[in-house]
Design a protein around this ligand. Structure first.
Ligand SMILES: O=P(O)(O)OC[C@H]1O[C@H](OP(=O)(O)OP(=O)(O)O)[C@H](O)[C@@H]1O
Ligand SMILES: O=c1cc[nH]c(=O)[nH]1
Ligand SMILES: [Mg+2]
Length: 211
């Protein structure tokens, strides 16, 4: 498993405003959207391309375009939905699959309530969107669904990750696939409720309000 922590002053600035408890949902949503686009720039460095011959108004040249099959983007509902527009802005031709998972706050296990993915993901580059990697249970379950359908190349974009979750994820994935995590920061630890410290609280609640 590879970890890429995006080190950029704009990312650090936006993340600080995002963490601030006084930041309200409308600003929070806007910042998540902007941060994802910055992280997506890093996460797509190895997106597959192919050469194409084109005519410019002046001459003939060889250019680069995204290869087929198209990459697939998978936001993890609910909070990952707040990251979708920021990602598809950079990859407008990507296919979008959906997974809905919710952490049971007592057992900390991830419960799946929605799964709308293509049957066959072999040969497809997959980009998973979830703002928080805490215990890692949600991302492990999500990546398992992709690997079960034949995906081998998975990049997860997370705003924040906890060291505990990273370790658990690495052990769970093993050598079953080529998994990369792109994040804005690796935080200190999890608290007694498995919330990321210092973190930003419950990403879904801050994006959409408490339900
Ligand atoms: O690494 P874990 O310990 O599994 O926790 C991370 C998960 O928790 C949050 O989702 P939540 O369960 O709160 O659902 P929501 O997006 O609907 O708020 C977050 O968006 C991740 O999906
Ligand atoms: O800190 C955390 C942990 C899990 N889910 C969140 O939204 N935040
Ligand atoms: Mg939540």
């Amino acid at each position: 498993m590879r970890l890429h922590v995006a080190d950029h002053p704009l990312i650090a600035h936006k993340l600080t405003v995002l963490r601030d408890r006084r930041t309200q949902s409308p600003t929070f949503r806007l910042l998540v959207d902007e941060l994802v686009t910055l992280l997506a720039y890093e996460a797509t460095r190895e997106v597959r391309t192919e050469q194409v011959e084109i005519e410019t108004p002046v001459s003939h040249t060889t250019g680069t375009r995204l290869a087929t099959p198209r990459p697939i983007v998978v936001p993890i509902l609910r909070a990952g939905l707040g990251m979708l527009n920021g990602m598809t802005r950079l990859l407008p031709t990507a296919e979008v699959g959906f997974l809905g998972l919710q952490r049971d706050e007592q057992t900390l296990e991830a419960i799946t309530y929605a799964n709308r993915l293509p049957e066959d993901l072999s040969g497809r580059q997959c980009f998973v969107l979830d703002p928080m990697l805490a215990t890692g249970h949600t991302l492990i379950a999500s990546i398992d669904y992709l690997l079960e359908r034949g995906a081998r190349d998975v990049t997860a974009i997370c705003l924040l990750v906890a060291p505990e979750g990273l370790r658990t994820l690495e052990g769970a994935v093993g050598d079953r696939g080529d998994v990369t995590i792109v994040t804005a920061a690796v935080d200190e630890r999890l608290d007694e409720h498995a919330y990321i410290v210092p973190g930003l609280g419950d990403a879904g609640d801050r994006l959409y309000g408490i339900v």
